[in-house]
Design a protein around this ligand. Structure first.
Ligand code: MRU
Length: 358
């Protein structure tokens, strides 16, 4: 595979920055307030970062991993004087606490594992250990930006001019350090001056599509049309969608794709109408240690996300289910999986294993 042209990608799109390190604290763009307000939540300790992840103030698989990496550095803030063994135990406990914030996206565990690996590799503890945690979090954040820019260029190479693209949830710049995953090919095409159009599913119940994807694409000047989730199959049946591209929270060894609830319905409809279904993700989202999608814990969130809108009850009194993610079988990923190392074509499980072996 030829390497994509990255010369167009020096300036990230005009989305507000998701994570900002101040030198002593982490400022997180509060995504629960978008699109009405662009405000930042200042996190000065590990617990504040954990709470921001649990409440979706920061969300999206790579972004929660990066937040946790910074959160670990903050969590070790007042522990510089501990003996090396006690410091290492405190680090492990803080990592466990952050890891438990959300169970489905593997990037959270991946980023914390990168932190522990850096510490163990350097054999540091105390203040120098904490400095290394900060340095590693900064490195992970700039790598995420580079990785997303690269996969965006690969993605743009498989999208035809004039494509009408459907996306689900927000796998955008707001979900990562910059560029996004599913949106990175769109930003790349925009930089190349190529025509395309995006349909964004609203993504019930938390409305990441309506509140976040439509917001960031419109801000960047991309032609985006918002639809409700139930409209996607209808547009496909009328020949109004050329391809689907989504992000993911975890891809298992067999190529199953775990992503925001509703992704499976989109993939089934796309298969029915012979519309290519693509997934874009950094390799940090690939989890070869988990055999298949049914092995992945699916987060079940509060019923109020379903029964209430804008603080107002909209539903009758009835039991509620609220699984936040679903599993799209590898066989429905008919386009391929776009990564920073190139594109894994179907069968995507085997292709990903091959891409990562080299
Ligand atoms: O619950 P969320 O908003 O964290 O879910 C996010 C998604 O499902 C995204 O599609 C996924 O994390 C990919 S983000 C690049």
């Amino acid at each position: 595979m030829t390497h994509p042209d990255l010369t167009l990608l020096r300036t990230p799109p005009k989305a507000p920055t998701t994570l900002r390190w101040t030198g002593t604290a982490l400022d997180l763009l509060d995504q629960t307030r978008l699109p009405q307000e662009v405000t930042y939540r200042r996190c000065e300790d590990g617990e504040a970062v954990r709470e921001a992840i649990v409440t979706l103030q920061v969300r999206g698989a790579p972004a929660i991993g990066l937040a946790a990496a910074w959160g670990l550095a903050l969590a070790m803030g007042e522990k510089d004087d501990l003996e090396p063994n006690a410091w290492r135990s405190a680090l492990e406990a803080a990592a466990d606490r952050l890891r438990s914030a959300r169970p489905t996206a593997v990037n959270l565990a991946w980023a914390l594992a990168q932190q522990l690996k850096a510490i163990d590799g350097a054999g540091l503890s105390g203040a120098p250990g904490r400095a290394l945690l900060t340095e590693t979090a900064a490195r992970l954040q700039s790598e995420d930006e580079r990785v997303c820019a690269t996969l965006g260029a690969y993605g743009a190479s498989v999208i035809p001019d004039g494509a009408r693209i459907l996306t689900h949830c927000n796998a955008g710049a707001l979900a990562v350090a910059a560029w996004g995953t599913a949106t990175a090919p769109m930003y790349h095409m925009q930089a190349e001056g190529r025509p395309f159009k995006v349909f964004a599913d609203e993504t019930r119940p938390v409305l990441q599509g309506a509140r976040l994807t439509a917001f960031e694409l419109a801000q960047a000047g991309i032609d985006v049309t918002l639809i409700t989730d139930s409209m996607a199959a209808h547009l496909m049946s009328r020949g109004e969608i050329d391809l689907v591209i989504v992000g993911t929270d975890r891809v298992t060894a067999n190529g199953d794709v775990v992503n925001k609830i509703g992704t499976l319905s989109v993939a089934i409809a796309a298969k029915h109408f012979s519309i290519p279904f693509w997934v874009a993700c950094p390799l940090s989202t690939y989890d070869p240690a988990t055999a298949e999608g049914s092995d992945v814990p699916i987060e079940e969130r509060a019923p109020e996300e379903v029964t209430h809108l804008g603080g107002q009850r909209i539903a009758a009194q009835a039991p509620v289910r609220n699984p936040a993610f679903d599993v799209t079988p590898a066989a429905l990923v008919t386009g391929g999986i776009i990564t920073e190392a190139g594109i894994a074509r179907p069968p995507v499980g085997a292709a990903l294993a091959e891409l990562t072996a080299s």
